[in-house]
Design a protein around this ligand. Structure first.
Ligand code: ADP
Ligand code: ZN
Ligand code: ZN
Length: 751
């Protein structure tokens, strides 16, 4: 058998998509691995070029007499750090392509940072060329001659022999003529260098590090012990907001840096606040940097360059910070690990947590995950022993959790209150307005929520097969209810099948209606609204938040945007207007997302020392996500949620693959999905595979494009990978209308 390698010759972005096949000679068989840097003959003259190994395969797609041979494998010593890093990135991209089913080009675009074009900012510095003794002699000479400017400069340079040019001229007011004269005498030199931009400047950032509590210290010790023992372990810190997780991260990173390794700290964009960054900059000074979406491409590349050159040890940022090209990663930490923003919504639809595991394995790094409401997946892995679990239960700064109360909206209706606000909530709003305290009202509205429920008894129309809420659609002038997973359809009911009430309908509440309602109910209150509409303009998001923080308004109404990451000490009341909306978004993660949002919302009340209060309005007061959120009992929630996942084989109890079809023609979508389904049905090797659908997506049509999905479930992730390969292999070219296909493994977003 012959072995072949697919390589890419040039890593400049344009050519990524064009791999070449080479034969691996017998002598190199044991040596060549994915990600290796090799030398290959290329072009007419067969000049040797550096190339990266993408794949190794036993069948070549080119006729074999045309294939050239790999010349040699470059050892780490022969190739420079940058190539080694690139090689590793390529190996990671190859892994992502395999796991998530994208093209190699899009996987590489995610991972490989590419070469920096253009230079950093030109800067000048002044360097003293004399020894200290000579300089002191010169100083006394200048003083004697009353050459004040020269004396001043020399005095500064004796303190620090290299100084930024701008400081010398603007702060010390040394005239250019003086500098010129001293340069000619060989006393100083002006050097230019190109400086990589540092995106934030925290000069003089001060934040006193805390002495860790025994519980905090024990986590740090265990993680570092794993690292020192060469165990690439994953630890999950389950700790309420304010329990000192960030302090633990900083301490772990400190110890990793002492060991001459780098660390990546992932924080969701929305939680990358000044306060948080300040703490990292205070500890790591100019050895830390940040990448976020407000940086330009060039600035981002500068940070990557600094990482590659080891000018920094720590990078902080959202999902994409994972691809910082550190030569030597010792730890990867993920704060708020349950956040869905860690999942990429474009191909490859990777989850940062899973890529982290792979990257950590490659580098022998330790992984630390932290959250107040861990994802069901991570907590399940911790329970099964795959992750190490640590708990932080106390707030070092004291302060208790807010008191949470549930308002049963069915009762409100029965008692004749048909308003948006329950009596309990409106009384308390009036009370807070009178006391000049602030109120946050949060409309739980994630994506679309077209489910139908009974206002009188709380009944929700669900799919009999999938246990997710059916959503309301108009179809040929008729109202129908449909399941997003299996396509089950039923006519919209006129009366509640459980209690016979006629108050059965969809929810159509928006923040704007609520604002209008509040203005009428509380005419003297100042109200701010924050949602996708009011924040469409750049800078508005920050403006609304800072206006509320400056107490220019009494009430802030908004969507989940207002829930995360912000502390307003004057807020003593938080109202959740319709807790039910996210429960029934039509996918299996509804309860998990609701629990998380309610916990976060509860965390907003009473941050300033005064006791906080939270009112959760719901038609489902007995729903376990709501009950446990009100009790702030994560484990109780987890126990019930994992049962549901096990019963219906949703992740993490099983793995799930959503094969998605996009086309301008609905028929073409369905035909293609049918073909895929048939391929999988005919294949008998996957005996436990479950096939569901095809079904229309939550929003069937976006911008004239129809969207359908087929769902596959299997206990083994690898089976789903094999299915994906089988589809790619067997699916005939589309006849007629074009259909775009995408894969989403273990989806966390409703499609
Ligand atoms: P989390 O990341 O879990 O929300 P933080 O690390 O931000 O928690 O800590 C919350 C607050 O408690 C911060 O003000 C922090 O300075 C303080 N804190 C954390 N650990 C300690 C400690 N060991 N001693 C005193 N204060 C602490
Ligand atoms: Zn009913
Ligand atoms: Zn269904």
């Amino acid at each position: 058998m012959q072995l072949f390698a697919q390589v890419i010759i040039d890593i400049s972005h344009q050519r990524i998509d064009h791999p070449f096949t080479y034969r691996i000679p017998e002598t190199l068989r044991e040596k060549v691995r994915i990600g290796d840097v090799v030398q290959v003959p290329f072009g007419k003259g067969n000049s040797l070029r550096r190339a990266y190994v993408l794949h190794i395969t036993d069948n070549a797609d080119v006729s074999s007499d045309k294939i050239k041979e790999i010349h040699s494998v470059l050892s780490v010593r022969e190739s420079d750090t940058a190539s080694v890093v690139t090689g590793r990135q390529i190996a990671l991209a190859a892994w992502m392509q395999e796991q998530y089913g994208s093209t190699m080009a899009s996987a590489l675009k995610c991972v490989v940072t590419g070469e920096r074009r253009g230079k950093g900012k030109e800067e000048k510095e002044i360097v003293l060329l004399l020894s200290e003794e000579e300089a002191k002699e010169a100083l006394s000479l200048y003083e004697k001659k009353h050459q004040v400017a020269r004396a001043r400069l020399i005095r500064e340079l004796i303190e620090a022999p290299r100084q930024p040019y701008s400081i010398i001229t603007s702060k010390l007011h040394i005239p250019p003529a003086t500098l010129r004269a001293l340069k000619e005498q060989g006393v100083i030199e002006v050097r230019s260098f190109s400086r990589l931009r540092d995106p934030v400047s925290f000069t003089g950032a001060s934040y006193a590090l805390k002495t860790l509590s025994a519980a905090q210290q024990s986590i740090v010790d265990h993680v570092i012990a794993d690292f020192d023992a060469g165990i690439s372990s994953t630890s999950l810190i389950h700790g309420i907001t304010g329990s000192g997780k960030t302090e633990v991260y900083i301490s772990i990173i400190g110890k990793i840096v002492e060991r001459k390794k780098s660390a990546i700290m992932l924080i969701p964009e929305i939680a990358l606040t000044y306060q948080t960054l300040l703490r990292f900059y205070a500890r790591f000074g100019n050895r830390v940097s940040v990448v976020n979406s407000s940086l330009s491409e060039a600035e981002k590349r500068d940070q990557f360059e600094r990482a590659l050159k080891r000018e920094i040890d720590v990078i902080i940022g959202p999902r994409s910070a994972l691809f910082t090209p550190f030569p030597n990663i010792g730890a990867i930490l993920i704060d708020e690990e349950h956040e869905t923003s860690y999942k990429n919504e474009q191909m490859p639809k990777y989850h940062a947590r899973e890529v982290t595991m792979q990257l950590a394995k490659m580098h022998g790094a330790v992984v630390v995950l932290g959250s107040a409401t861990p994802s069901v997946t991570s907590f399940d892995r911790a329970r099964s022993g795959e992750y190490k679990l640590y708990t932080l239960q106390e707030r070092p700064t004291g302060g208790s959790l807010a008191k949470v109360r549930i308002a049963d909206m069915r009762r409100e209706l029965q008692d004749g209150n048909r308003a948006i606000l329950s009596r309990a909530l409106s009384e308390r709003i009036a009370d807070r307005l009178a006391k000049k305290e602030q109120v946050m009202l949060f409309l739980n509205r994630r994506g679309y929520a077209a489910f139908v429920s009974c206002r009188e008894c709380g009944y929700v129309a669900k799919c009999p097969h999938c246990e997710v809420a059916l959503s309301h659609h108009r179809k040929k002038g008729k109202d129908v209810l449909r399941c997003h997973y299996c396509g089950y359809e039923t006519a919209m009911m006129k009366i509640c099948p459980d209690c016979g009430s006629k108050y059965i309908a969809g929810f159509r509440a928006g923040t704007e209606q609520i604002e209008t309602f509040l203005r009428e109910a509380y005419p003297s209150a100042k109200i701010l609204r924050m949602d996708a509409d009011t924040t469409a303009k750049k800078g508005e998001y920050e403006r609304i938040l800072s206006s509320f923080a400056a107490e220019e308004a009494d009430i802030l109404v908004g969507t989940q945007m207002i829930v995360k990451g912000h502390d307003f000490p004057k807020v003593t009341l938080v109202g959740v207007l319709l807790a039910d909306l996210s429960l029934y978004a039509g996918d299996y993660t509804g309860a998990e997302k609701t629990f998380d949002l309610l916990t976060q919302a509860a965390g907003r009340a009473g941050r300033g020392g005064q006791e906080g209060e939270v009112i959760i309005q719901t038609y489902q007061p007995e729903n376990y996500a709501i009950v446990h959120a009100a009790e702030q009992d994560y484990e109780g929630f987890y126990e019930e949620e994992i049962e549901y996942r096990r019963l219906l084989l949703y992740p993490p109890a099983s793995h799930m693959l959503s094969v998605q079809f996009f086309s301008r023609s609905e028929d073409a979508c369905l035909t293609r999905a049918g073909e895929v389904r048939q391929i999988l049905e005919e294949e008998k090797t996957f005996s436990d595979l479950i096939l569901i659908g095809p079904a229309a997506a939550g929003i069937v049509k976006i911008k004239d494009t129809y969207r359908y999905a087929l769902y596959l479930k299997d206990a083994k992730y690898d089976t789903l990978v094999q299915c994906r390969k089988l589809i790619e292999e067997k699916l005939p070219p589309a006849s007629g209308k074009e259909v775009l296909m995408q894969y989403d493994f273990d989806p966390v977003y409703a499609f």
